[in-house]
Every structure is written in structure tokens, then in C-alpha cells.
Design a protein around this ligand. Structure first.
Ligand code: ADP
Ligand code: MG
Length: 664
């Protein structure tokens, strides 16, 4: 129901409400206060000079209006309070003069000048405080709309527009949790009688929000399972096993589990939509190769998309080697592939001679046509915009989709962005890996840091050094790559080879340096965060990160994942002169999931990824950082409710399903 049906909302307010995104009665009543103010009477004899006070009383004198130059006005009157008579002054509220009649009850909030016995009011409300404290709702507003108006509109709607207020908690759960009805809960949320009742009401409102949300996710997931729009394969486990036997190592049990899940998905009639989540170095790539192999066995083409050119190249080199015995034809396609090569690749994708193409976003450009694309793999998928992902998916008839992410994300947040995906988690690290040892250091400790670096170099190990900037910029005293190169040259230049790689370099140059580092001819690689994702040099045993405070914990964890990729003991040194407390988490744990939970608590979801994925967390009342338990309960209940056949005709179910169908 349109919000204009609420009594008292005129055209002007209507426009202002629209600005706040309030279009329906439901939007209005769920425009929850962003904070509450506790209105409790201040005993005037106990306060200090100039303290903020809240006091109520009766107007004792007719207000006197004083006018100053330039529209400045002041109203003065006396107020009889429980703490005696005080003077009240309020600026620029001349219009109140006529309503402040003698004997009127008013509440005054403002600064109390004890010597003069005068309160300079910042706020004045009609009414009295009563004996217990009063909690007042404070709303997000837009200029032209007052808190009072907002509160009035909301309360009018709750009182008079009963039929427009939607309650989406099914009766069995209302009863099970002894929830109050929606209107009562809304009324409490907007006019809390006390904090206890407010808490009760907000749990109920949060549960409803999360129930709606989880119902939707469960519904979409179930619908996908029912659809038979996927490629129907019949690949046998034994066929796959033959290939697994040729690998240079044994798969971990998590890798085997993920592979089996993928095989099952790919053989099923519905489309695969799976995410492999696993810490850096956990070995996701090989799992994706097995998926490619399954796809190849059924005669389909695969595309693997990486977020950066460096990574695409690395994947290409690794994968090509592992696939040599299979006969799978593979090419690399990136932005810097030569035009003539590109055209050949396009041609071979179209006529089907190519089985696998690995690349960057160049893979999804308009002119790339596939003969029979059966599998799309996206590495580090959060780095691609949602649109890019969709674009690639649409290339084939209905290719299976596999995402790989090395950014462990908090459990609750995973539900909101990967909600309708199936997830395989690889937690177990390949055998023989030693956890990276991490220490937080200050810049003053540079001598010691250089000594530790020297130890590693003497043992023929390699080192990454990371700085937040490429070159010196004005107004920034952050460490930069070029400056570090000089520093490192001074310390180690006579014996060791030092080079730099950064995002502004041409691809060819970057590739050259990465290759030299990989082959071991460069000992120290200084870099910006371009090496963050997936770059794999097993002999690198140390990473030193300057201005570590500049990075989110998840980014630091990703960077740290560049080392510890073999049997040698590896080290991570975080250099920072501030924010040491936050960085300590890195010293304590190597578990990416734990770190992401911590990051989430500290900085919210926006910082988990380099780029913000806005619009992911659209809850009005619930906060995933705190409401995990409610979310999990709502998740379970909504699935039970969805799968229950006896309630097909219930209005809540019909309504929820209808709204999902309308959206999608
Ligand atoms: P990520 O999950 O970060 O993508 P990779 O797939 O790049 O990790 O694997 C990291 C390294 O571990 C690679 O060098 C890979 O060859 C190796 N590796 C993967 N699985 C195993 C295993 N089961 N045993 C030993 N080494 C493995
Ligand atoms: Mg990887």
C-alpha cells in the first residue's frame, strides 16, 4: 500500500519520504530508529557547570520574545520543576510563544548554567517525563522533515493502516517462540517503554527479516535443483581416477570430497553452481582442473577466468603442464594477447578445436563465441563484478559454473553473497606444510628485520617485500616500492638480485619479472599488492609488509599466503608503527576463516574485499555481526517451512513465493 494512504501525509512530506526510500506503508513502519535517546529527568542540584540536562515542569511565566539583528530571536520563560524554578531560554523558536501558555507541561533539553540558574534549551517538547525514564526514537531524516513528524507518521500508520502491515512469520513459529504480533512489535520498536521490551521486539523483527531472506535463498536453491537445464553427463569416477593417478601428489581428503561433489553436480541434470572456498595454498586449482577434465570427458569446452593477467598466466603454465598427458588443447587469452593470436583462438573456440581457454576478462568480450561451452570457472570470483560473471555464464547454452575463492568470509556473510550457491570447503592443507610464523614489528626495528631477511637469503630462499604505494606522492609518508628498492639495494644489493613489480608496469615486463622470481634468479621481489592473489613461488619463505596498518586483515592474510607454500618454514613480518592491536590477530592464527570473522567485526563487510559489493547487506533491523544465532534459526525454520507440503496454501507462503517470483 502506498504511503500516501497514511492519514496526515501531504504532498510535501510524500516527496521527502520518497527521498528516504519510503514508498509504501511497510517501508514507513520499518523505517526503524537508528538510535534511541534515554529521556531521564536530571536532578538539577546534582549537576556540574554547563552540564546537559533533561528536565520537565510547568510553564510559570508568559514567555518574553527578544529580537536581535539578523533574524535572531530568543524566548525567555520560567519553569517550575521538581528541582525548583529555573529560567529557560530558547533561540529562534519564536513560533512557540503562543503555545507556551502558563501551566503548560514541557520537557526541556539543554545546557544548564548553574550560576545564572538558566537552561539554554536545544530542544523543547510538550509533555512530561513521568516517573520512569522514557526512551525516545531518533530517525534518519532528510531536510524539511522533523523527527516529530516522522514519529507521528509512523505511529499513525501502525494505528490506522493495519491491513497494510505485512507479517511474514508463519503461525507455527509465532507460537513456538511466543512472539508478539507484528503491530505490537513495531509499536514497541518505535515507542519503547523500556529496554527489555525493546530487545524482545527487535528479536522478533530481526527473526522475521532473516526468515524472509533465508526463505528466499532456500526457495531459489530448491527451484534450481528442480530445473533440468544443465548438461547431462555420465562421467564415471574411475575415468577420473585414471587422471588423478598421474598427478605428482596425493589429493587431500578435502580435495577428494570437493571433487566428488563436483562430479555429482556435473553429472546431474540441473546446472552446477558451486563455490570452492579454501585458504590460500589449500590446493583449489587442482580441483578445478579435475572439473575441467570431467567436462572434457563429456566432450565440452571449459573457460577459466582469473582476475589478473599474472594469475591467468600462472594458471596457464601450471595447468598446461598437468594436462600434457590428457590431450586437452589449452590456450591463454588476455588483454595483451596479439591480435593475430587472438583471432586464431576465437576461431578455434568457435569450431571446437580448443578444449580449454584460460584468461582474464578478455574471455567475456562480445566476439568470443564457443562451440559448446560446458564449464565456466571463475578464480577469486569476488574480484569480478556481478555483471561480468553473468556475462560469461550466458555464453554457452547452460554451462556449469564453478567459483573459487581464497577469501574465507564469515559464515553469515557467506550466506548473503553466496546464498544460493553450493559450497565446498577445503580446510585441510596439503601434507608437510608448516604454518607461517608471523610477527608485528616497528620501523625502528629495521636492523633486526634486515638480519632476519639476511638469514633467509643465506639459505637460498626468496623474499617478498610489499609496500602500499608505487612511488612517492605528495602528502603521503607511506612507504613506496621505489624507495624500498633503494633501501634493499643498500642492504643486500652487492650479493643478491632485487627487482620490482607493480600494477602500472606493462604486462610483458611484469610477466618477465614474475618468471625470473619464480625461477629463482631474483632473490627479493618488491611489490605492491599485485602479488596478493594466488601467485605461487614455493621457494619464497618470507614476506615483509610495510605500513601493514594500511591493509585489512583479510588482505594481509592473502599476502601472507604467498609464503608457506612448501616444506620450508616461512615467516611473515608486519611492519607498522600504529594499530598493533588489530594486527596481533595475525600473530595468533593462520586460519583465514577466523581472521575474516575478526575483520568483519572490526571493519564490516566493505573492507573484506578490495572493492565494495554494495547492496549485499540490506537488513533494516538485523545485524549479521551480532545476529548469527537468529540467522541460523531462521535458516533452519524457513527450510522446514518451505519443504512442508501441508502448508502450500497458507497466505504467508504464497506471499513469500509471489514476491520472489516478481523479483526474479
Ligand atoms: P590455492 O588454493 O591457493 O589456489 P593452489 O591450488 O595454487 O592453491 O595450490 C598450492 C600449491 O600446492 C600448488 O603448488 C599445488 O601444486 C600444491 N598442491 C595442491 N594440492 C596438493 C596436495 N594434495 N599435495 C601436495 N601439494 C599440493
Ligand atoms: Mg588459486
Amino acid at each position: 500500500m502506498d504511503v500516501k494512504n497514511v492519514k496526515g501525509i501531504g504532498p510535501k512530506s510524500l516527496t521527502l519520504l520518497k527521498k528516504l526510500g519510503i514508498e509504501t506503508v511497510n517501508d514507513l513502519v520499518t523505517h526503524y530508529p537508528f538510535r534511541y535517546e534515554l529521556l531521564q529527568r536530571t536532578p538539577l542540584n546534582e549537576v556540574g557547570e554547563e552540564d546537559k540536562v533533561i528536565i520537565d515542569g510547568k510553564v510559570e511565566s508568559i514567555p518574553i520574545l527578544l529580537r536581535f539583528k539578523a533574524n535572531l530571536t530568543k524566548l525567555n520563560f520560567r519553569l517550575v520543576t521538581q528541582s525548583g524554578v529555573v529560567g529557560v531560554s530558547i533561540f529562534n523558536r519564536a513560533f512557540l510563544k503562543s503555545s507556551l501558555t502558563i501551566g503548560e507541561n514541557v520537557i526541556v533539553i539543554g545546557k544548564f548554567d548553574k550560576k545564572k540558574n538558566v537552561i539554554t534549551a536545544s530542544e523543547l517538547k510538550f509533555g512530561s517525563l513521568g516517573d520512569s525514564a522514557k526512551v525516545e526514537a531518533i530517525y534518519h531524516l532528510t531536510s524539511g522533515l522533523t523527527n516529530k513528524q516522522m514519529s507521528t507518521y509512523i505511529n499513525t500508520a501502525i494505528m490506522m493502516n493495519k491491513e497494510a502491515i505485512i507479517d511474514n512469520i508463519p503461525t507455527p513459529y509465532q507460537e513456538k517462540y511466543k512472539f508478539s504480533n507484528k503491530r505490537t512489535a513495531l509499536n514497541i520498536a518505535h515507542n519503547p517503554p523500556n529496554l527489555e521490551k525493546l530487545k524482545e521486539a527487535s528479536i522478533r523483527l530481526k527473526y522475521e527479516e532473516l526468515f524472509e531472506f533465508m526463505f528466499k535463498i532456500n526457495y531459489l536453491k530448491e527451484e534450481k535443483k528442480k530445473k533440468e537445464n544443465g548438461i547431462h553427463r555420465d562421467v564415471k569416477r574411475e575415468q577420473l581416477e585414471e587422471f588423478i593417478q598421474t598427478l605428482p601428489f596425493e589429493l587431500t581428503s578435502d580435495q577428494i570430497k570437493a571433487t566428488d561433489e563436483i562430479l555429482k553436480d556435473m553429472n546431474a541434470k540441473s546446472k552446477m553452481n558451486r563455490l570452492i572456498q579454501g585458504d590460500v595454498g589449500s590446493g583449489k586449482t587442482i580441483v578445478s582442473i579435475l572439473a575441467i577434465y570431467i567436462n572434457y570427458l563429456s566432450g565440452h569446452q571449459s573457460a577459466l577466468m582469473a582476475p589478473t593477467e599474472i594469475l591467468a598466466i600462472q594458471h596457464y603454465n601450471n595447468i598446461k603442464e598437468l594436462l600434457t598427458q590428457t590431450g586437452i588443447q589449452v590456450e591463454l587469452l588476455t588483454g595483451s594477447t596479439k591480435k593475430s593470436d587472438k583471432e586464431l583462438i576465437y576461431h578455434e573456440l568457435e569450431n571446437g578445436t580448443l578444449d580449454l581457454v584460460i584468461g582474464t576478462h578478455a574471455l567475456i568480450q562480445e566476439d568470443v563465441k564457443y562451440k559448446n561451452l560446458g564449464l565456466v570457472i571463475t578464480d577469486e570470483q569476488h574480484r569480478f563484478g556481478v555483471n561480468q560473471r553473468a556475462n560469461l555464464k550466458n555464453k554457452g547454452v547452460s554451462p556449469d559454473v564453478l567459483y573459487m575463492s581464497a577469501t574465507p568470509i564469515p559464515r553469515t556473510y557467506a550466506l548473503t553473497i553466496y546464498g544460493d550457491m553450493d559450497v565446498s570447503i577445503i580446510k585441510e592443507m596439503p601434507k608437510g606444510r608448516l604454518p607461517v610464523k608471523t610477527t608485528v614489528k616497528k620501523e625502528e626495528e629495521m636492523k633486526e628485520i634486515l638480519e632476519s631477511m639476511h638469514e633467509e637469503l643465506k639459505n637460498h630462499h626468496q623474499i617478498y617485500v610489499i609496500a602500499p604505494l608505487i612511488e612517492e606522492t605528495e602528502n603521503s609518508d607511506l612507504t613506496n616500492v621505489l624507495e624500498l628498492k633503494d633501501k634493499m639495494n643498500l642492504a643486500f644489493g652487492s650479493k643478491y638480485k632485487i627487482d620490482i613489480v607493480h600494477g602500472k608496469m606493462a604486462t610483458g615486463a611484469k610477466e618477465l619479472i614474475m618468471n625470473e622470481f619464480k625461477q629463482g634468479s631474483i632473490n627479493i621481489l618488491i611489490s605492491t599488492t599485485v602479488v596478493e592473489v594466488g601467485v605461487d613461488v614455493a621457494n619464497a619463505s618470507m614476506i615483509v609488509i610495510f605500513n601493514a596498518e594500511r591493509f585489512g586483515l583479510s588482505t594481509l592474510h592473502q599476502l601472507r599466503g604467498r609464503v608457506g607454500r612448501s616444506q620450508i618454514q616461512s615467516y611473515c613480518i608486519l611492519i607498522s608503527n600504529s594499530d598493533a592491536k588489530r594486527l596481533e590477530v595475525m600473530e595468533k592464527t593462520n586460519d583465514g576463516f577466523e581472521i575474516s570473522e575478526e575483520d568483519f567485526k572490526l571493519r564490516g563487510h566493505g573492507d573484506l574485499f578490495g572493492t565494495k559489493q554494495s547492496g549485499d547487506m540490506t537488513f533494516k533491523m538485523a545485524d549479521l555481526r551480532q545476529d548469527y544465532k537468529i540467522l541460523m534459526q531462521a535458516k533452519k525454520d524457513s527450510l522446514d517451512y518451505l519443504l512442508d507440503d501441508s502448508n502450500q496454501k497458507e497466505s504467508v507462503k504464497l506471499r513469500l513465493i509471489e514476491s520472489i517470483e516478481q523479483e526474479s
